[in-house]
Design a protein around this ligand. Sequence first.
Ligand code: NAD
Length: 306
Amino acid sequence: MNNCLVLGGNGLIGSFVAEKLVAKGCNVRVFDKFTGKNNLKAIETKIEKVKGDYINQKDVRQALDGIEYVFHCIHTTVPRTSIEKPVFDAETNILPSINILRDSCELGVKKIVYLSSIVVYGNTKTIPAKENARLEPMTPYAVSKMAIEKYIEYFNRVYGIDYAILRPTTSYGERQVVSKGTGVIANFVFNALRNKPIVIYGNGSSEKDFLHAEDLASGVIAAGFNKSRFKIFNLGSGKVISLNNLAEKVKKATGNNIEINRLNKACEVQRLVCDISRACSELDWKPKISLDEGIKRCFAKFKKDV
Ligand SMILES: NC(=O)c1ccc[n+]([C@@H]2O[C@H](COP(=O)([O-])OP(=O)(O)OC[C@H]3O[C@@H](n4cnc5c(N)ncnc54)[C@H](O)[C@@H]3O)[C@@H](O)[C@H]2O)c1
């Protein structure tokens, strides 16, 4: 039985990672601030919960005791908020991650699995981006993700800690905090359920690849325990959809004639698409939850929150 620590294990992605680790028979410790809703009800009795702030090195060091595998699923900002607070983004993500890496090496952790992001590719010319594409991060969030990836490679080179880095596309799912307005799909569904207009920022032509958080978590687990010679993997659904078409899909799912409004606001990257063939072949992984099924799950769950 492997001893695993899931940092941010109460979040959208981390909670599915924790659930899948439990299902695999691992000993699971979840470290989180636990300020939001409880996403761990189903496995509550099978995990150890540690409340703490990952900015506080002492908290994380204690949680690392006896751990073999670390699944790092915390970032304190999203691209938009990192633009407003670049110093906060760097201080509360790059520095704590260096501490985690240094402590993990000192305490004998075998492997760190890091949730980076597709946004590290930014405006790269190679579309869909392969893992060896040039990284051109466009926001402080993306720069931090890239910096943490590089620190992981440094600690592997110098201290030998094993690692896997995942670069997922946009994730979504029924465990998102809808009231915060985060996440395009959660937002669209939440508004639709309240019979409010769906709001698209920009003209709606920008295309994204949406991956359900449960599928993402399967990829994270596969990367955590695989013996591939590769260390970096893109994860996505392999399909893209424009925001206009996504809004129409959500509208159709409601059965109501709700409005779709477009606000004139620039988007960060016009087309967020990556090539997932490496993860599919090397990790024997493939996404299973279709966008229609994922939207259905969000409707079913969010109905209770409206
Ligand atoms: N959601 C996406 O679309 C997406 C896409 C690519 C990469 N990622 C990355 O995946 C990871 C997980 O994302 P998510 O969508 O599950 O986020 P989330 O906000 O749903 O979950 C993050 C969890 O971390 C916890 N947390 C945040 N700050 C903390 C702190 N200082 N100390 C302790 N706990 C803290 C929160 O309480 C929450 O439970 C992040 O690194 C994110 O950047 C997310």
